[in-house]
Design a protein around this ligand. Structure first.
Ligand SMILES: *Cc1c(COP(=O)(O)O)cnc(C)c1O
Length: 415
């Protein structure tokens, strides 16, 4: 095969699903089948495919210019999007650095944090602390922040910089003081390593590709308090959970906290184009202001601030940030709670729901062998990984379509 596919064993992979058109929640295949996309193309197509308003905004931008470099030049779409992101994000995040993917947005965050400490006279703060079960991207810097034992990059341990890890809450259902214990673990870690930790990096409320661990906003509040106390930056990776996925525009809102750095991606352009935004506080931004050009932030992806991506993002934000959309997200959460949560089987270890995210965790990876073909045969696109079968549907999904997804997940365990 000439085309090398992601996360796929090419020795055995068979191509079965060729998309020729996509509209609303539907993927249309070349064999005439029509599948409901239950996972929004890796959690990005929040408003469905080919949304008339976003498509129009993109076409309109293409008629002016698709892209110009942001080095030395600027344009209204990039300026407007930066302004919009500052306006809608938690109070205190005042500056926006664009990138072209979630991984790059995270690399930017790490680099910013390291340089911040160098320029404020604490160069020994050069390691990162991450949560077990985390996933922060595929590039070499962030690979070292993904779960070192269970994560998909474990083969690289020893090859990428070794970082520190702590257990998040939510891993141990037996421990009724789980939350308290995880806060204690974090505090102990900070006491021991504060002098060398540049930042704590985490996915707020739901750790997605590392195994869909969900935890309480209370933890984030304590995290913020401890980061302040020990002078450790807090980097919130909302690449997956940003833009409404957990029920609020940003997940950190549920804890009422502002991270020092916030990273956005995936849903930012509603799946139209690759783009990330790394937002920072003025405290960080100001540490780069100097007479010496050497102290500038030396970073600049070729396609940063792509005008077409900015146009898609602005329109997507307009669509997301409305009471109707949050009502839809709430309705998705309610239906997942009433219809997905009660599903039981000897193969199921746990079912959990947060916002527009519903997850069935099975006992073994092999419990899900064949589920993708089974679902596709019944008109639903599911793509489980390891022992997790999940849905993160587009917000525009109808109740009946969501019901169909849940029914197929249910039937898999009944058959
Ligand atoms: C997907 C994801 C990334 C990486 O984004 P890419 O656009 O795939 O590079 C980073 N962090 C989280 C939490 C993600 O879910």
């Amino acid at each position: 095969m000439k085309l090398w596919y992601p996360y796929a064993q090419m020795k055995t992979m068979e191509v079965q699903y060729r998309v020729v058109k996509a509209e609303g929640v539907f993927l249309h295949l070349d064999d005439g089948r029509k599948l409901i996309d239950s996972i929004s193309s890796w959690w990005s197509v929040n408003h469905g495919y080919n949304h008339p308003q976003i498509t129009a905004a993109v076409k309109n931008q293409l008629d002016s210019f698709p892209h110009v470099m942001l080095g030395g030049l600027t344009h209204k779409p990039a300026e407007d999007l930066a302004e919009k992101l500052v306006e809608i994000s938690p109070e205190g995040l005042n500056h926006v650095f664009f990138g072209d993917s979630g991984s790059v947005g995270m690399e930017v965050a790490l680099k910013m944090a390291l340089q911040y400490w160098v320029q404020t006279g604490r160069p020994a703060k050069k390691r990162f602390l991450a949560l077990r079960k985390a996933y922060h991207g595929d590039t070499s810097g962030v690979m070292g922040l993904c779960d070192p034992e269970e994560g998909m990059h474990r083969i690289f341990s020893g090859l990428v910089p070794e970082q520190l890890f702590v257990n998040p809450p939510g891993l141990d259902a037996e421990d009724s003081d789980d939350l308290m214990h995880s806060i204690e673990r974090l505090e102990t870690m900070f006491q021991k390593h504060a002098g060398e930790i540049a930042a704590l990096v985490l996915e707020p409320l739901v750790q997605c590709a590392g195994g869909f661990n969900m935890y309480s906003p209370r933890y984030l509040m304590e995290v913020r308090r401890l980061c302040n106390q020990f002078k450790i930056l807090l980097i919130a990776d909302e690449v997956a959970v940003g833009f409404g996925r957990t029920g609020t525009l940003f997940a950190v809102e549920q804890a009422g906290i502002t991270p020092d750095i916030l990273v956005l991606g995936k849903g930012l352009t509603a799946g139209y184009l690759g783009m990330s935004a790394t937002l920072s506080t003025s405290e960080i931004f100001n540490a780069f202001l100097d007479d010496s050009p050497l102290r500038a932030f030396m970073h600049g992806p070729t396609f940063m601030g792509n005008a077409t991506a900015c146009a898609a993002a602005l329109e997507s934000i307009r669509l997301t940030n409305t009471p109707e959309t949050f009502k839809k997200i709430k309705a998705i959460e309610n239906k997942l709670k009433t219809d997905l949560l009660p599903i039981r089987s000897s193969k199921i270890r746990n079912v959990r729901v947060k916002g527009a995210i519903g997850v069935i965790e099975t006992e073994r990876n092999s419990d899900l062998d064949g589920v993708q073909e089974f679902a596709a045969k019944h008109g639903v696109w599911l793509r489980p990984f390891e022992r997790y079968l999940y849905t993160m549907p587009p917000y525009i999904i109808s109740e009946a379509q969501l019901g169909r997804i849940i029914e197929i997940m249910h039937r898999w365990f009944e058959q």
